[in-house]
Ligand binder design. Structure first.
Ligand code: SAH
Length: 459
């Protein structure tokens, strides 16, 4: 039988020295790592072992004897059980320092780029109520009461929360109205276990610059009863512009189903980042923290170093957000995006703003770019290439084509510092040097961090 260093329920004295990427406190006892939820570096006390593996285990702090100066009392009453905010018990300045260090560790350890400067995180002045998009799962508690809120960490158990402190107040208001409508008209919540029940999620988007609001219901069916009553109640919310219904009858973790229809109003809302306006529909990808998005895009624009003569490619362009930001300063911008509907939106957004120097292509960047390069007889060039991939980073086939296109500058926008570091290393081995990395807060109170890397050609 496998020998375990500690027994379940054993209590040990432990000092917390680090946080994992998921925000769990970590302490070491005899070289054995114990992960302890809701603790921070600098804490020490009695930890009860709750789960053991060969090389590590999990524990719970049962008697906190030394309180770290990282600690603050989370203002949200469900900060512990809710999986939404992993760092609400950490002082905000410490959150920012920890995130900078996390990016630097990846750049140094995974990327091996120890001479690269990782700048202080561009933080928020007011790290609350910042989100422009809420997705509340709806269900019932063990007594059968209707609840909505967020999933507990690593689970699909709903922690009821109608007053989330990182959502816009308008989102919480829409949720309360939908729940009241459901109660009044005896409309059931979806039950993942049985696949029965109607309402799965309430989604709210808020255009922070324009005040426009979209309310969306994801339902396990084709239509809803008492639709007029829902419309009447939601119309009382100032700025309500669009009420949509999305049908998802699959037994799946994916929130949205394939069809969305408009119940009332428009099929999209408009928001603005800096001087550029964007149309956003229910399924569109749109950065969730608009106060910070402008800083992120401005950093990408600064790193692009545009003078007005450049040809720029924006890969993984979504609805053309960064592309159009760049189009303000470039001669020509090309965007590539895998979701066809997003490409349609990107083209509409170019028109909406009167840009004639932006063109968009649908397809996987790692297929479209090598193909276009080949078709050009290997002559296609760019002055600047911007990439903003999902967490898994860029495929090598794409990075190879980028290198062959010999751009003077590459601007890498990343939501995962580990894959960013991996890809910067790859570019570093092929004639490109990372000059600096600017982390930018997008998810205050949570563990994630966005970064922008400035990369230059040296050969
Ligand atoms: N730059 C945009 C979107 C970034 S999110 C913004 O800031 O709003 C990443 C985008 O990459 C998503 O729109 C996603 O649909 C797209 N995507 C994912 N895989 C892709 C691929 N292989 N090729 C092109 N686009 C991809």
């Amino acid at each position: 039988m496998e020998e375990k260093r500690f027994q379940k329920n054993q209590e040990i004295e432990l000092a917390i020295t680090d946080l994992t990427a998921d925000g769990l406190g970590v302490g070491h006892a005899d070289g054995y790592a114990l992960f302890v939820k809701d603790t921070v570096p600098g804490d020490a006390g009695t930890v009860r072992v709750i789960k053991t593996k060969k090389n590590y285990g999990f524990g719970r702090m049962v008697d906190l004897k030394v309180r770290s100066d990282w600690r603050v009392t989370p203002p949200c009453p469900v900060a512990g059980p809710c999986g939404g905010c992993q760092l609400m018990h950490v002082d905000y300045q410490k959150q920012l320092e920890w995130k900078r260090k996390k990016v630097e560790d990846c750049i140094y350890r995974i990327g091996g780029l120890t001479d690269v400067e990782v700048l202080p995180v561009l933080g928020m002045e007011e790290p609350w109520h910042y989100r422009n998009k809420a997705q509340y799962p709806v269900g019932t508690d063990e007594k059968g009461n209707l609840i909505a809120g967020f999933y507990a960490g690593h689970s699909h158990r709903i922690v009821a929360n109608e007053h989330c402190l990182i959502q816009d107040e308008k989102s919480n208001q829409v949720l309360a109205l939908v729940l009241a409508w459901m109660k009044k008209h005896h409309i059931s919540a979806y039950d993942e276990a049985t696949g029965k029940g109607l309402v799965r999620h309430v989604i709210v988007r808020v255009g922070k610059a324009t005040g426009q609001i979209m309310a969306g219901l994801v339902i396990n069916g084709a239509q809803i009863p008492a639709a007029d009553a829902l419309i009447d109640t939601l119309k009382t919310v100032e700025g309500m512009t669009s009420i949509c219904l999305n049908c998802n009858r699959e037994n799946t973790n994916v929130i949205l189903g394939e069809t969305t229809k408009v119940l009332w109003g428009e099929d999209a809302i408009i928001d603005r980042i800096g001087d550029v306006s964007y149309r956003i529909s229910l399924p569109s990808f749109y950065q969730v923290n608009p106060t910070q998005t402008v800083k992120l895009y401005q950093t990408a624009l600064d790193f692009a170093g545009l003078t007005g003569n450049e040809t720029v490619w924006d890969l993984y362009c979504g609805i053309g957000t960064i592309s159009l930001f760049l189009a303000q300063k470039a001669k020509q911008v090309y965007g590539v995006e895998i979701v066809e509907q997003a490409v349609v939106n990107a083209k509409e957004n170019a028109k909406l703003n009167g840009f004639t120097n932006a063109e968009f292509f649908a397809g996987a960047a790692e297929e479209v770019m090598p193909q276009k390069f080949l078709e050009s007889g290997a002559t296609m060039r760019a002055d600047v290439i911007v990439v903003d991939p999902p967490r898994k980073g860029c495929e090598e086939a794409l990075l190879d084509t980028i290198v062959q296109m010999e751009p003077e500058r590459i601007v890498y926008v990343s939501c995962d510092p580990a894959t960013l570091a991996r890809d910067l290393k790859y570019l570093n081995e092929r004639g490109y040097r990372t000059q600096k990395v600017q982390p930018c807060e997008m998810f205050a109170q949570g563990v994630h961090i966005e970064s922008v890397a400035s990369v230059r050609r040296v050969v």
